[in-house]
Design a protein around this ligand. Structure first.
Ligand code: 5GP
Length: 195
């Protein structure tokens, strides 16, 4: 089930930008509405509370506030993957390569081996799902660590891009709080109807 409070907020304050970008920086990833964030955290908890989550993994920067809100409910640490242009191979880190949808660049993402352990049950959280590169890279880090990926939660899935399909086909239990099936600068966003 999608989250109506979030859909209403996207309808009201989201801005559709050229290049298939939905701007939600007045409440989600620049200025942050903390009450909405609390509800988002609770919703992820409702969805994944029975999975024995020991760690929430996200990617800097926009994922951190969302993951933190969820972690308050799960009572577990969050770990955020850092983006870097210069790979520090001397460090004791897991790394993966991620193409950025919004910045049209490629980053290596890294997580210290101290913070993802075999035996961890990891929930991935991110703000947007577009082509699936960020979630794919994060799931790669989980597998390198020998940890178990129990699911992925995203706040906004852009259903007209193929990331959601690819991630679900990989067998990852993906839950999106809002799924945008179409968007246009003039007419706004259209959400996926519930089945
Ligand atoms: P993906 O890796 O799935 O192609 O893209 C997801 C990442 O790109 C997210 O971490 C998010 O930061 C960024 N992103 C993708 N689409 C959008 C969008 O429409 N709006 C914003 N603000 N970020 C996006």
């Amino acid at each position: 089930m999608q989250m109506k409070l979030l859909q209403d907020r996207i309808r009201r304050d989201g801005q559709v930008e050229p290049g298939n970008i939905l701007k939600v920086d007045s409440f989600l990833n620049h200025q942050i509405d903390i009450e909405l964030m609390d509800e988002i955290g609770k919703e992820f908890y409702r969805q994944f509370k029975d999975r024995g989550v020991t760690k929430i993994l996200t990617i800097e920067a926009s994922g951190i506030a969302i993951a933190t809100a969820a972690a308050h409910c799960f009572r577990c640490p969050i770990v955020f993957a850092k983006k870097t242009k210069t790979l520090n191979i001397a460090g004791d880190v897991y790394t993966s390569r991620v193409d950025s949808f919004t910045h049209k660049t490629t980053n290596d993402i890294i997580v210290s081996k101290r913070f993802l352990l075999p035996g961890d049950r990891v929930l991935i959280i991110d703000d947007f799902l577009a082509n699936g590169k960020a979630i794919f890279g994060l799931s790669d880090l989980v597998h390198q660590a020998g940890a178990e990926l129990v699911g992925a939660g995203v706040v906004i899935e852009k259903g007209f891009q193929d990331g959601g399909k690819k991630i679900r086909e990989m067998g990852i239990d993906l839950h999106s709080l809002a799924i945008v099936d179409a968007m246009d600068p003039v007419t706004g966003v259209v959400f996926r109807p519930e089945d």
